[in-house]
Design a protein around this ligand. Sequence first.
Ligand code: ADP
Ligand code: MG
Length: 625
Amino acid sequence: MPEVKEFQTETKQLLNLMINSIYTHKDIFLRELISNASDALDKMRFESLKDPSILDGDTELQIKIQIDKENKRLIIEDNGIGMSYDEVIENLGTIAKSGTQSFLKKLKEAESEKVALDLIGQFGVGFYSAFMVAKKVTVETRKWNEEKAVRWESDGSGTYSIEECEKSTRGTKIILDLKDDLEEDENYLDQYKIQELVKKYSNYIKYPIKMKWEEEIEEGKTKISERILNSMIPLWNKNKEEITQEEYNEFYKETFYDWNDPFEVIHFKAEGTTIQFVALLYIPSKLPFTFYSKEYKKGLSLYSKNVFIMENCEELIPDYLSFVKGLVDSPDFSLNISREILQKSKQLSIIRKNIEKKILETLKSKLENQRDKYIEFWNEFGRVIKAGLYQNIQEREKIQDLLLFDSSLSDKEKITLKEYVERIKEDQGNYIYYAVGQTIEDIEKLPQMEAIRDKGYEVLYLTDEIDEFLIKLMHDYQGKEFKSISSADIKDENIQKKQEESKDLLSKIKEHLKDKVKEVRLTNKLKESPACIVSANEAISLKMERTLKNLEQLPFEAEKVLELNPNHEIFRILQEIYQKDPDSQELKDYSEILYNQALLREGLDIDDKHQFAKLITDLIVKANK
Ligand code: ADP
Ligand code: MG
């Protein structure tokens, strides 16, 4: 005679909620039951390690799913460890977990189904989720080392019955009498539906999940075969040594829908952390073309013991590395954990930190040991990395060593900031010089480059629009301040003296140029060129001004300064003219020409092209009269 027992009060409340309040996400019951079966098989395998003979002929550890259309039953069976009579009562009659009371209290207060599901996920109700789809659940189980089996049965309403029974094989069989009012898309008697769910949630369970498969080969003639529904190979749980590059690549392409092999595979087990996990990460070889669109899904997939929990979990990876694809498998997460709870979880941020560290290490080692490969990476992802630094300046320390720049001393090879600093000239002071321009060629022709090149100082060439913003943001590297060659006067007291001596001439030129410039002054950074234009404000270069203007983000214009080279022939001529006649028309015209050609060399537009052309024409005519 079966014994009828009451569920523990808390269990009753929980079951009540499961049956009466949750109408979505029912699909997950299968994942829960398969996951339990897999746990039971793990335990059996562990037992058999000590003594293989206990498998007693039944050696293939497996899970079987059976669809019984006639009786509207779905059956999930394993040949795992099984449960004894007392264990059944203990495991299926109570919720032994601590904190159950407060959990239930919260659950009852939950104002929506979604919140309730989140809570359930957090606590993991596992087995009881069967009652979301079944009006009656029957469990027949026999523990591996016992003669007698046990039958447990319940409709989830408050009591269950339990009795001894016969069962010829070891393990657990769960029989679900499906509810009559399931929706059309909850047809758990459809083999395709079951296959889909297994593939989605349980594909990497390491034991075969078998099911009889019916196929109509001719009219009225069906072929029945047995199918393994899961692919079983959780690549990430194998030892690295056992996996070929080919396997890694194939898995990547299949899983993340990429045509190309990945640039790099990072596969590691967390060591020395408070949380256990395995991560399998891929750096793609190409920036996904959707990367900058809303369609691009960031984040890694999350598994718990080979069971899929969710994809695109953004919290697993810092945003600036979101081009990385991959997954994390950690036994420390419950299967139904919701995004909301995940976001707050401490485990997650520990994992994220570890992953970030690992990716940065990998990139750094590429940079140091395989420069060619790193350049390939940089060409694809450099802008993303830069944007990353721009968006999280607090991450600066981590990211800055990954940056590459063109430079005046490195013949087309990009260099790192570290390399710059390593070979900085002794008399250069605490400055890292940089120059901004459209192309390397443009920059090399800048008048400001002349003297600095003479000194042999290295100059970083910033050709990407974002570069200058980055440099401003970083301010310095290893205590060396970034300095634009436009604002950099090379140390020289002479220039001050000369400036003083030519005061009147300079203010005359300024007078001619009116508001076009804020100041006219002398510089010693020019050698062959007579003049250059710089920004009056060190914080914003003329190039940056243009960028911001294009973005319509600049409410004002950067003021300009005209700088003259006192050692140039032209400067001598200007002085002569001024001495003869401070108000000469010639001086006015020359000021205009110098100013405009300096603008042109800086890559800027000149204010009045026609007037400029006319001035030059007149000049040629005059010279030949
Ligand atoms: P959890 O899996 O998180 O422990 P569940 O509610 O899913 O919680 O399962 C409760 C318990 O019931 C399990 O811990 C296990 O001891 C037992 N159990 C459930 N399914 C099986 C099974 N197929 N074989 C053996 N024991 C099982
Ligand atoms: Mg479970």
